[in-house]
Design a protein around this ligand. Structure first.
Ligand code: TTP
Length: 657
């Protein structure tokens, strides 16, 4: 159920930034000759040309839509370029898109609190930045305003089509404007700058909404795409919301929205205005009632969370039709792939971001051949997460068995036959900062088993997901609709009735599931080495672009100048290749490190072995070993090789990197 939060202040300045046709832009950066060409990204499965998951704006002009398959798109637009999503482990691999999203986030986060809402969406709280700007430079004294800000769409501002930019300039610099509008104007100028910055540094365009709260900013960001921004003034809120179909509002796409329609005859947000808060509370309860009343008036107190990293990691695959998994062995085979991938991402998250996940959850969709009750859901199951691919697999298999027993109503382990699994995924959630000291140790040892002692696991309970996860997470997963997209693929459309968290925190995961993807760890930050590699090329390229861009009036112009033909791509499009190379190099070396990784048991480490560690690691290890002293019973001289990497040089390099 939605939660009504008190409106903190309508003087906040919130932006919602949404990348334009994101996967297409990422592919176009990789293959610059595709710039300006009708392009779409298709799922890895080539059935009927593959399902389209991202469509470029040139192709949209020719009538190509995301709901189409490649063959259909080719009929609509014969010259379309269909790029297949990268594949790893026989599944889609979203690493390049995640990394590209991280590049954007790191730029946007420079100006205020930043919440990574999905693979290509970010909320920004620019209140402080706008206040500071207003204090330092009264808007009416601004001599020049960036063209990008002048191209803003100001809701409620009437334009005559003649000198629209001049009209926007006047609005932005009004001396007698309300303080809140002045802050909005500052927010718009800041967002325009940020969007240009994103373009210069990443070559990606994005669109944005600037408003006094998250709800309005999100509504606005999609109103003028691509590469444009929309400002929601307080005066425009009523006009913006009133005609909107109720189901289009966030969190009202599902049951609650349907109830408003059928029980109260509310079809638009305007219809909702006629109900008092009391009446709505009587029908839907105090919280939801107030939330509805506020929503109809554009009031929302949701804060921008300072979160640059995903809330969970997931890996899933679908097995529609004849591909359904019909034996425990077949399920285990795929679980192995999924768990290995999840484990890699967890390990990388630990190394890169110093975070650990605490809950492992298994989700599946299944059917019974003899089922009359086809609506019965396969239960999701959770347990404490133990690090190490082997342990994740072991636990996932146990979770699956427990869920299957419950699904089939069996007291013993079910036999094969009579059931089929059409969708399988594992996810890790409850991700928190790793206890201090664990990360550098991790890098040195590459041990994986220390976060959950085995005793904790031995008596673990296989609890239903809802026992371990917040209601929102539970709902987010159960609220996905699946549409068969052909062999091996399922399109998951998030049910908009689900909570905010679905669209925000879990969108990545939904998209991954949709692609039946396996992917590597999302990296918020590039490693030092990768950054250095990038910096060289980027800074050169940035400087070149900055010079080239001086005086360029708009983002669209920028794109035109960067529409690389195959003949000039080498000279114009170096940086994306450079970045990609750096990223690829990074993941390759990490894979190698993982292959060479080994295990150790804290309780068995000999003190003399600790003394051999590099000085910077020793103290951390000692701190970490202190509570384990009792268990430190291994005799001196016990096999060091058992605890440490066979390749000392490799470890030394790791430490340095
Ligand atoms: P969106 O932001 O929904 O769309 P988009 O960025 O492609 O286009 P727009 O300019 O209209 O915002 O999704 C972001 C990316 O997520 C998209 O490029 C591809 C991926 N995606 C899927 O893989 N499957 C899906 O069902 C959706 C909706 C998106």
């Amino acid at each position: 159920m939605p939660v009504a939060r008190p409106e903190t202040s309508d003087s906040r300045i919130i932006a919602h930034v949404d990348m334009d046709c994101f996967y297409v832009q990422v592919e176009q950066r990789k293959q610059p000759h595709l710039r300006g060409q009708p392009t779409a990204v298709v799922q890895y499965n080539s059935w009927k040309g593959g399902g389209l998951i991202a469509v470029g704006y040139e192709a949209r002009k020719d009538g190509v839509k995301r709901s189409m398959r490649g063959d259909e798109a080719k009929k609509e637009c014969p010259q379309i370029h269909l790029v297949q999503v990268p594949v790893a482990r026989g599944k889609a691999d979203l690493t390049i898109y995640r990394n590209a999203g991280s590049e954007v986030v790191s730029i946007l986060a420079r100006k205020g609190r930043c919440e990574r809402a999905s693979i290509d969406e970010v909320y920004l709280d620019l209140t402080d930045a706008a206040e500071t700007m207003l204090k330092e430079t009264p808007l009416e004294t601004l001599e020049s305003i960036d063209e990008e800000a002048l191209k803003s769409h100001v809701l409620g501002l009437s334009l005559n089509g003649n000198d629209d930019r001049e009209t926007v300039r006047e609005w932005l610099t009004r001396r007698d404007a309300d303080h809140r509008d002045k802050l909005l104007a500052c927010g718009a100028i800041i967002v325009a700058e940020l969007r240009l910055q994103v373009l210069r540094e990443t070559e990606f365009t994005c669109s944005a909404g600037v408003a006094h709260n998250k709800m309005l900013a999100k509504l606005a960001s999609g109103m003028n795409k691509p590469a444009q921004q929309t400002i929601v003034t307080l005066a425009s809120v009523k006009g913006l919301l009133e005609p909107l179909p109720i189901k289009k509002m966030k969190q009202l796409g599902g049951k609650l929205g349907s109830s408003l329609q059928t029980d109260l005859g509310v079809n638009t947000v305007g219809d909702l205005l006629q109900f008092s808060e009391q009446k709505l509370q009587d029908i839907y309860g105090a919280n939801t009632g107030t939330w509805l009343w506020n929503t109809a008036r554009g009031i929302s107190g949701d804060e921008v969370e300072g979160r640059l990293l995903p809330k969970s990691h997931g890996s899933g695959k679908t097995f529609p039709g004849v591909q359904a998994l019909k034996s425990v062995a077949a399920v285990e085979k795929w679980l192995k792939e999924l768990c290995e991938e999840l484990s890699e991402r967890l390990q990388l998250d630990l190394e890169t971001n110093k975070r650990v996940a605490h809950t492992l959850t298994l989700h599946a969709n299944a059917y019974k051949s003899t089922d009359t009750d086809s609506l019965k859901k396969f239960p999701s199951k959770s347990c404490p997460l133990r690090y190490g691919a082997g342990k994740v697999l072991e636990d996932s298999v146990n979770l699956f068995q427990a869920a299957l027993r419950e699904f089939l109503g069996s007291y013993t382990n079910p036999v094969d036959g009579g059931w089929g699994v059409t969708n399988l995924s594992v996810s890790a959630s409850k991700i928190v900062a790793a206890p201090s000291g664990t990360c550098s140790i991790t890098r040195y040892f590459h041990g994986q088993d220390r976060f959950h002692a085995s005793s904790e696991q031995s008596d673990k309970k296989f609890a239903p997901e809802s026992d371990n996860l917040s209601p929102s997470r539970t709902e987010s997963h159960s609220a996905s609709h699946q549409t068969d997209c052909g062999e091996g693929q399922t399109q998951i459309t998030p049910d908009t009735s689900s909570l905010d968290q679905y669209e925000t925190a879990c969108k990545d995961e939904a998209i991954e599931s949709c692609l039946t993807s396996t992917h590597h760890e999302p990296q918020l930050r590039l490693s030092e080495k990768e950054r250095n590699n990038n910096d060289g090329k980027r800074s050169y390229e940035q400087k070149r672009k900055a010079t080239q861009e001086k005086g360029t009036p708009s983002i669209l112009r920028f794109l035109q100048t960067n529409s690389c033909s195959s003949s000039n791509q080498e000279t114009k499009c170096l940086p994306s290749e450079g970045v990609q190379e750096a990223l690829d190099m990074g993941s390759e070396s990490q894979n190698k490190r993982r292959t060479d990784s080994w295990r150790y048991n804290a309780g068995e480490i000999d003190q003399s072995v600790v003394n051999e560690l590099p000085a910077e690691i020793q103290e951390e290890v000692r701190t970490w070993l202190r509570p384990q002293k009792q268990a430190n019973t291994v005799k001196r001289g016990s096999s060091i090789a058992h605890y440490f990497s066979p390749n000392k040089n490799e470890q030394t390099n790791l430490r340095k990197s």
